[in-house]
Design a protein around this ligand. Structure first.
Ligand code: NFE
Ligand code: MG
Length: 511
């Protein structure tokens, strides 16, 4: 029996620790631990409710727009203006969130995951004149392999020429992401933490020049997704076909739905699906957070609207700062696979076309989506779907029409804001008393996926996906990190250590 501890897992956002027990060449047991405490919910108590918009965007530098949208939907609900937002406001929120998500998905595939499959050292033997590859070759020759190593060895399958092409795409993806961030800034004022999204709508006014500036960047993103990103993801799935089998996970996908169309249905459907893609309607009241294996004071699992954050470092039997969200007691996986599978099961026509096309390309059945390569594929399809919708939403903007409704700050209220971040289902819950925040809870995607065991002893989604996978060489557990990264975990979202001086809570780190 071998115990492998990977701490921290690199090329993800934040600090995740993994412990897996390997016996007979396969993982028998896995434990995923979030190693930092998040204090955002407690920081918010006693503040003006509108501060949630500003402060929750600071939860994470990768997905601030997602938290901005969840927070504003939470305030819309508490202020009673959810159904009063003008079409321009709905559309511009979608455009900000969508431009963000497109570049975030590209970030994940190229910069956080692709080097698990691409041998970057192939640039050393490059003899052509492509300036990007030449500069990477020089970089490697100086021994500066900075973002590319350390890595696990032993399973790079592409020929050298393909490796070099994919490395060039890694560099190209950086430029494309910049275009996506510029699109966010065009309507949201700035990145990473945008400023124009307010209760009732947005502060920005759509103008013809902003629409044109957004559109030409969008066209570049669309072209990259069609001609580079999707073909590369398919190439990885074809070259590593065993990863269409590995890391199947808990088999229950949950989506809150996201991207409301003015007067219509959402782009991503809400609901749950199992491995047979049978749709179950979502009942938010069935969500609870369990703290049995988490470093919080022990109490019964609570609905997030009534949730508390009471840290208890060193609690016996606990091993994570992440709580364990559950739906009617069941473990759920969230993320682009859920976006795509739930929307597919709900009969969204465009999603069906895209999924059926991709599965035909791979000669695979829909059950193969529940896998490492399936998650990467679903993420790429979700990116294409959003990029197409961005164009539709952009061309529906009406310059000169209002973009926000008025609101009054209530003395007493409660609200809930649900959306889908790039990494999956994201919910914020607020309680307002005497015009101030009396309680605020965020349940983020990585809390669902990276959760520890609950009071019933059920492992979390990532822990389940790791159990049973082969590990050829415990010194090079590349299979483990490939499964982990297919979930795109973000521990910055899931947990946070926040102190003004940066040191006071450092003793809370448990290693
Ligand atoms: Ni920090 Fe986040 C996204 C959110 S994930 S990246 O997407 O919400 O736990
Ligand atoms: Mg929380």
């Amino acid at each position: 029996m071998a115990r492998i501890v990977i701490d921290p897992v690199t090329r993800i956002e934040g600090h995740l620790k993994l412990e897996v027990v390997v016996e007979g060449g396969e993982v028998k047991e896995a434990r995923s631990s979030g190693m930092l405490f998040r204090g955002i919910e407690n920081i918010l108590r006693g503040r003006d409710p509108r501060d949630a918009l500003v402060i929750t965007q600071r939860i994470c530098g990768v997905c601030p727009q997602s938290h901005g949208i969840a927070a504003v939907r939470c305030l819309d609900d508490a202020f009673g203006v959810s159904d009063k937002i003008p079409a321009n406001g709905i559309l511009m929120r979608n455009l900000i969130q969508g431009a963000h998500d497109v570049q975030d998905h590209i970030l994940h595939f190229y910069h956080l995951a692709a080097l698990d499959y691409i041998d970057v050292t192939a640039v050393a033997s490059y003899e052509g004149r492509d300036p990007v590859l030449c500069s990477l070759k020089d970089f490697a020759a100086r021994g500066e392999l900075g973002p590319f190593v350390p890595r696990y060895e032993g399973d790079y399958r592409f020929p050298a020429q393909t490796n070099r092409e994919l490395v060039a795409h890694y560099a190209q993806a950086l430029e494309i992401r910049r275009k996506g961030q510029e699109m966010v800034a065009l309507l949201g004022g700035k990145v990473p933490h945008s400023v124009g999204v307010i209760p009732g709508g947005v502060t920005e006014q759509p103008t013809v020049d902003k629409i044109a500036s957004f559109l030409w960047r969008l066209r570049e993103l669309q072209s990259f997704i069609d001609n580079v990103y999707l073909p590369d993801v398919l190439a990885v799935a074809r070259t590593y076909p065993d990863y269409l089998e590995i890391g199947r996970g808990c088999g229950l996908l949950l989506s809150y739905g996201a991207y409301p169309e003015p007067g219509g249905e959402t782009l991503f459907a809400a609901g749950l699906v199992d491995r047979n893609l049978v749709l179950e309607p979502l009942d938010v009241k069935k969500i609870v957070e369990d703290v049995s294996s988490s470093w919080y004071e022990q109490e019964a699992a609570r609905y997030p609207g009534d949730g508390e954050t009471k840290p208890q470092p060193g609690k016996a039997g606990a091993y994570s700062w992440l709580k364990a969200p559950r739906y009617a007691g069941r473990v759920c996986e969230v993320g682009p696979l859920a976006h795509i599978a739930v929307s597919y099961a709900a009969g969204r026509t465009r999603v069906k076309e895209l999924v059926d096309w991709a599965l035909r390309e791979l000669g695979a059945g829909a059950d193969r989506l529940f896998s490492v390569a399936g998650r990467h594929l679903a993420r790429a399809l979700a990116t294409k779907l959003i990029a197409e919708a961005l164009e539709r939403w952009l061309l529906q903007l009406e310059p000169g029409r209002p973009a926000a409704a008025e609101y009054l700050l209530p003395r007493q209220a409660s609200g809930m804001g649900l959306t889908e971040a790039a990494r999956g289902a994201l919910g914020h819950w607020i309680r307002i008393e005497d015009y101030k925040i009396a309680g605020y809870q965020c349940v983020v995607p990585t809390t669902w996926n990276g959760s520890p065991r609950d009071g019933q002893g059920q492992p979390g989604a990532l822990e389940q996906a790791l159990t049973g996978i082969p590990v050829k060489d415990p010194d090079n557990p590349f299979e483990v990190v490939r499964v982990v990264r297919s979930f795109d975990p973000c521990l910055a979202c899931a947990v946070h250590l926040l102190t003004p001086g940066g040191s006071r809570l450092s003793h809370l780190r448990v290693g």
